[in-house]
Design a protein. Structure first.
Length: 300
């Protein structure tokens, strides 16, 4: 049986309480069932994130793969549908799925993430090209960004009021206008939803493959915030002169993604305000909240 990393046990215990501890206790047996079902043997140490575990395995034909088992939560229901829709184009391949167990057998990529690419313009172009390739017609039944816009507006306005209206009035008015103009009518395209550096892995079959989608249907421009609000741009984000470099980064990304710049700028400003308000509600460090607000101002 596999050994579940102690740190992952702690994470799920803190995040999910007794239900999380109970689920973690089932993982060794659950993975054994999947190994037998998919004719695999373990081939490396168990890895983990906030959501679940990843077990490197070797398949019967000698090829390498991974079994990913996610915590049974509604947010994690649709990942296999996204992988299936992409069919290995720009993302890791889905070999098999067990929706009842929230488990997938996936192509194995390397553990080297896009964060290892130190040339910022090269990284932006990679993210942009992946955004374009992953923007495929969405299968039916997936959650839609357009269904969230009323909630987003409510959260932004009520949080801003609760914390002393920290968002400049012109920025707040701008993002509410964006929500009303761009939110309701969005394309029926698959949106990764979390295309930051750590979710893009180097691979042999293709240079870079996306993993861990949050899986939405809507406007691909939604993904731009996770590209721009990145640890790789910490110096710019904490600088008083961030407008020029941030807009330059966004231009490079939009060119590679074949997205309209002003349209994407508006989506990114909206995303920055949403993230700042989320930070207030969940107690993120003040410096990060303030940097995110400055980002929203720079995108005006």
């Amino acid at each position: 049986m596999i050994e579940v990393p102690e740190e992952f046990v702690r994470i799920k215990s803190e995040n999910e309480g007794e239900r999380g501890r109970g689920w973690v206790a089932t993982l060794p047996g659950l993975v054994d069932e999947l190994l037998e079902k998919w004719a695999c043997v373990p081939a490396g140490a168990v890895m983990y994130g906030q959501v679940g575990i990843v077990v490197p395995v070797r398949r019967r034909d000698g090829s390498d793969a991974v079994i990913k088992v996610s915590f049974p939560h509604p947010v994690n229901v649709y990942d296999p549908d996204a992988y299936a829709a992409w069919g290995g184009n720009g993302a890791t391949r889905l070999f098999a799925r067990d929706d009842e167990k929230f488990a997938m057998l996936l192509e194995q990529a390397s553990q080297r993430t896009l964060a290892t690419v130190t040339d910022h313009e090269q990284a932006l172009a990679i993210q942009g090209r992946l955004t374009r390739r992953l923007s495929v017609p969405a299968p039916p039944g997936l959650p839609r960004l357009s269904d969230r816009t009323a909630l987003w507006q409510h959260e932004i306005l009520t949080t801003a009021q609760s914390f002393g209206n920290p968002i400049p009035t012109d920025v707040l008015e701008s993002v509410i206008t964006t929500l009303r103009e761009l939110g309701p009518d969005q394309p029926d395209l698959l949106v990764h939803g979390d295309l930051h550096d750590a979710n893009i892995l180097a691979a042999d079959r293709e240079p870079w493959l996306a993993i861990d989608p949050k899986t939405w249907v809507g406007d691909p421009a939604h993904d731009a915030l996770n590209v721009i609000r990145s640890p790789r741009y910490l110096a710019e984000l904490t600088s008083p002169n961030l407008r020029a470099p941030i807009l330059h980064h966004l231009h490079i990304y939009c060119d590679a993604a074949e997205l309209d710049f002003n349209h994407t700028r508006r989506w990114t400003q909206l995303g920055a305000v949403r993230e700042a308000m989320w930070g207030y509600r969940h107690g993120e460090p003040n410096w990060l909240i303030q940097a995110t607000i400055r980002l929203a101002e720079a995108l005006a």
